[in-house]
Design a protein around this ligand. Structure first.
Ligand code: G3H
Ligand code: 13P
Ligand code: ZN
Length: 284
C-alpha cells in the first residue's frame, strides 16, 4: 500500500494503548528487515532516516527503497525524517515523498523552537505530512554530562503545555532520561515527569534513544503515554553481530549476500522482539 503518515498511526496507537516502532534505516537490508518483521507481526511500522542516513545513501535511494517496500507490504508504513535540523532539508524531504518529518530545534531557545516548528507546520499541514518536534535535550550516551546537568535538560511539563498550545503539534519528543547510543549502565527514566507531561499535553509522546532501555521500562512508558519509540542502536548491534559471526566462521567469505543476508535476519529478529514489547503486533 501507499505510504501513510505518522499521525494516523499514532492516533490508532493512542486509542489502542500501544506504541509504534520507528526504526532507523541506512540501506536496503535494514529496510527489508524492518518490513519483514512488521509483516510477520502484522504491525504498523515507521521507517525513519536521519540526516546521516540521507548523506550516506542519498535522498532518492532512501525514498525509493522505503516506497518499494511499502507498496508491496500488507501493513501500513510511514517514512519519517529523524532529527531534521535544517529547514531546507525538511522541506526537501517533504518534496521527495516523506510522509512525516521531525523538526528538531531543541537546541535553540523555546520561542525560536516554536517559531521554526510553526513554519514547518505551515508547509506540512496542507499536504497531510505529520510533524514531530522536540522539547528538552535528549543528547547521546557519549555526552559526558553529570546527572544534575542531564536533569536540567529534561522536558518541563509546563513548557510542553505552552509549546503544544503555541504550535498545535500532534507528537512531541521528550527528554526524560534516555540518550542516543549504547548505555554504559541501565538508563533511569523519569516516569513521574512523563505522566506530568502527558497529562498536560494529551498528544502522542515520542521516546528517542530507546535501544538499551529495559523492556519493562518501555512498557511502563507506553502505559504512561509514549506512542512512538525510536530504535537505531539495537539494529546496528544486530547487523554487526551478524556480519562478525559469518566472518568469524568463514574468514574467507567474499560474497556480500552471504555476509549481509544473516545480518538482515538478525535485524529482523530484533525488530520482531521490539514490536512485541511495543504491543503493535496484530494491530495492522
Ligand atoms: O538519533 C540518532 C539516530 O541514531 C541516527 O543516528 O545520525 O548516526 O544516523 P545517525
Ligand atoms: P537509539 O540509537 O539509542 O536507539 O536512538 C534512536 C533514536 O532516537 C533515533 O532518533
Ligand atoms: Zn533520536
Amino acid at each position: 500500500m501507499a505510504l501513510v503518515n505518522v499521525d494516523t498511526l499514532l492516533q490508532a496507537a493512542e486509542e489502542g494503548g500501544y506504541a509504534v516502532g520507528a526504526f532507523n534505516c541506512n540501506n536496503m537490508e535494514i529496510v527489508q528487515a524492518i518490513i519483514g518483521a512488521a509483516e510477520a507481526e502484522k504491525s504498523p511500522v515507521i521507517i525513519q532516516a536521519s540526516q546521516g542516513a540521507i548523506k550516506y545513501a542519498g535522498l532518492n535511494y532512501i525514498v525509493s527503497l522505503v516506497r518499494t517496500a511499502a507498496e508491496s507490504a500488507s501493513v501500513p508504513v510511514a517514512l519519517h525524517l529523524d532529527h531534521g535540523t535544517s529547514f531546507e532539508q525538511v522541506i526537501q524531504c517533504i518534496g521527495h515523498g516523506f510522509t512525516s518529518v521531525m523538526i528538531d530545534w531543541s537546541k535553540h531557545e523555546l520561542e525560536e523552537n516554536i517559531k521554526v516548528t510553526n513554519q514547518i507546520l505551515q508547509v506540512a499541514r496542507p499536504l497531510n505530512i505529520s510533524v514531530e518536534a522536540e522539547l528538552g535535550k535528549i543528547g547521546g550516551t557519549e555526552d559526558d554530562v553529570v546527572v544534575t546537568d542531564r536533569e536540567a535538560s529534561f522536558t518541563d511539563p509546563e513548557e510542553a503545555a505552552y509549546f503544544v498550545q503555541q504550535t498545535g503539534i500532534r507528537s512531541l519528543a521528550v527528554a526524560i532520561g534516555t540518550a542516543h547510543g549504547q548505555y554504559k549502565g541501565e538508563p533511569k527514566l523519569d516516569f513521574d515527569r512523563l505522566t506530568a507531561i502527558k497529562e498536560k499535553v494529551q498528544i502522542p509522546i515520542v521516546l528517542h534513544g530507546s535501544s538499551g532501555v529495559p523492556d519493562e521500562a518501555l512498557k511502563e512508558a507506553i502505559r504512561r503515554g509514549v506512542r512512538k519509540i525510536n530504535i537505531d542502536t539495537n539494529l546496528r548491534e544486530a547487523f554487526t553481530d551478524g556480519v562478525r559471526e559469518v566472518l568469524a566462521e568463514k574468514p574467507n567469505e567474499i560474497d556480500p549476500r552471504k555476509i549481509l543476508g544473516p545480518a538482515r535476519d538478525k535485524m529482523q529478529e530484533r525488530v520482531v522482539e521490539k514490536i512485541r514489547v511495543f504491543g503493535s503486533n496484530g494491530k495492522a
